[in-house]
Design a protein around this ligand. Structure first.
Ligand code: NDP
Length: 249
């Protein structure tokens, strides 16, 4: 458990980090936190005004000027991912960190009732897009002296739970993607690959999944950032192929 890690202010100085779903929730807080620790952010998300707001907040806080890349991962093709990689290559020449954070919750209903189109969209955003992005960005991560890929997991990605449908299955697949890639890169690459379960966190996804819950009783995204910083920073260099939890419970 590294949730009590205290990061130095310059932990991510000169690092180039891409965060998906950077316009809201945990991704927004992670982007701002990485920038506050010196990183230059590539903000990817589907709602441009939200990304612009994060951009403005990072600039106002004196962080390095970020780049915005609007993309709807439910519709994105491998060409879109290749174009993104080319743009990052031209602008920065490499990528040091990749946080796969964007996800769809989908329906909360028994599999017998689960809508097939919703199933496909959840798998598209949570799994297929993460694979495509990873594949396209690997050459740029190889150019980093120590690249870090972090996949966002969930407790329902380790043990299936009734009514969590495609979301739960997508998080199992996310763990699989992380493990296969980590094993492939073991010993032949400077890239480390891990998964991170944020745990219950106060966001709109959490409020949708638990409508009866008082949000004030749920941990804020700011409070889980130590683990995000740990996995992006040099302290985690020796770790790959592992599952981390940002919260104790
Ligand atoms: P939110 O729903 O609050 O934020 C998700 C972000 O992903 C939003 O910025 C959203 O964009 C973006 N996104 C969704 N679909 C797409 C898409 N098709 N293309 C591009 N971007 C997209 O979720 P959280 O912050 O709560 O969750 C972040 C991660 O943490 C997810 O992977 C989630 O599964 C995981 N997680 C969260 C937990 C929690 O308690 N909050 C618990 C366990 C895991 P937009 O704002 O434009 O809709």
């Amino acid at each position: 458990f590294v949730g009590d890690y205290v990061a130095p202010n310059n932990l991510l100085k000169d690092k180039i980090i891409l965060v998906t779903g950077a316009g809201d929730g945990i991704g927004k807080t992670a982007a701002k936190t990485f920038a506050a620790h010196g990183a230059t952010l590539v903000l990817l998300g589907r709602t441009t005004p939200k990304l612009e707001m994060v951009y403005d907040e990072i600039e106002a806080a004196g962080g390095p000027q970020p780049a915005i890349f609007p993309m709807d991962l439910s519709k994105a093709s491998i060409e879109n991912f290749e174009n993104l990689a080319e743009a990052i290559d031209q602008e920065f020449g490499r990528l040091d960190g990749l946080l796969h954070n964007a996800s769809l919750l989908g329906q909360r209903t028994p599999l017998a009732n689960y809508n097939f189109a919703t199933w496909q969209e959840v798998m598209q955003v949570n799994v297929n897009a993460a694979f495509g992005l990873t594949k396209s960005l690997l050459p740029l991560l190889e150019k980093s002296e120590a690249g870090s890929i972090v996949f966002t997991s969930s407790s329902v990605g380790l043990k299936g739970r009734a009514y969590w449908g495609a979301y739960s299955v997508s998080k199992f697949a996310t763990e699989g993607l992380m493990q296969v890639l980590a094993d492939e890169l073991d010993g032949v690459s400077n890239i480390r690959v891990n998964s991170l379960n944020p745990g219950a966190t106060r966001t709109s996804m959490r409020a949708t999944a638990y409508p009866a819950e008082n949000p004030q009783t749920v941990v804020a995204a700011e409070d889980i950032m130590p683990t995000y910083l740990y996995l992006m920073g040099e302290k985690s260099r020796e770790h790959s192929g592992k599952h981390f939890s940002a919260q104790k419970r």
